[in-house]
Design a protein around this ligand. Structure first.
Ligand code: OAD
Length: 241
């Protein structure tokens, strides 16, 4: 460990997590080895165009991911973040790019799911609220809304906007944190997908000390003050303990 991460009675901590924190729970990352599903790359499946072209294929992919995530268990990374949240209360916020529900299952509460949640479904056309859904679908069992349109996973696909209220919550947290000791910590994310990849820049501009915990260097490693290379399930409990 290069130097201790100081979290005192004044500190605000914003944590950003990505697929790497679920890797030790057995859920494959997107850009690493095992990042392909069947022969498809994520970019060929996680788009509105892919869903329009072949909703059965896209549902089969998300059903597979539902099944995989439902069988997985939170790991020490998730638990370390829950322990930190319990210590800090409202001085803590978790923004996750993960859709696997493992943070919630571990006990995280002050959390923004930037990319949606695997276990929620919504209508592709009408304004019906997203609802909890753990079922599997495929080409022969495409789910439809009461309005007749196809139902789709409640996931932010490539080319789609994030929920503005989620970004607002992150912005508000950063703004409040700026007048205190402010720590921004990213873990298990390749720094390749925006806007989350830009949080480090925003946080730095507001005076945060910035930390990256990742198995490999990320695309934006140079933007962080501190880089701790390693598995998040091993590093986070020590760093935050
Ligand atoms: P990536 O798959 O791009 O990156 C995962 C990162 O985690 C890599 O940099 C790995 O080196 C690192 N890693 C792997 N195992 C680790 C471990 N045990 N401990 C720590 N780090 C580890 O995943 P994301 O950055 O999350 O969006 O990808 C961002 C978004 O791209 C995803 O949320 C997904 C995709 O578009 C949606 O599905 C909407």
């Amino acid at each position: 460990m290069p130097e201790p991460l100081v979290i005192d009675g004044d500190t605000r901590v914003l944590v950003l997590t990505g697929a790497g924190v679920s890797a030790e729970s057995g859920i494959p990352t997107f850009r690493g080895a095992g990042g392909l599903w069947e022969q498809y790359r994520l970019e060929e499946l996680a788009t509105p165009e892919a869903f329009a072209r072949d909703p059965g294929l896209v549902w089969r992919f998300y059903s597979y991911r539902r099944e995989k995530a439902a069988l997985a268990e939170p790991n020490p990374s998730h638990h370390a973040l829950v322990a930190l949240e319990r210590r800090l209360g409202d001085r803590f916020l978790l923004a996750t790019q993960n859709v696997d529900d493992l943070h919630r299952r571990a006990g995280s509460q002050r959390m923004v799911e930037l990319h949606g949640n695997l276990f929620r479904t919504r209508c592709s056309a009408c304004r019906r609220e997203p609802f909890e859904d753990r079922r599997s679908y495929g080409p022969d069992s495409l789910p439809r809304c009461h309005c007749g349109a196809l139902l789709r996973p409640h996931i932010v696909w490539f080319g789609e906007m994030l929920d503005p209220s989620h970004l607002e919550r992150v912005d508000d947290f950063m703004r409040e944190a700026a007048s205190h000791r402010f720590v921004f910590l990213a873990a298990g994310t390749s720094g390749a997908v925006w806007p989350a990849a830009g949080f480090v820049e925003q946080a730095r501009a507001l005076g945060a000390g910035t930390w990256l915990v990742n198995a490999d260097p990320a695309e934006n490693t140079a933007r962080f003050h501190h880089f701790v290379q390693g598995k998040s399930g091993e590093v986070l409990p020590k760093l935050l303990g």
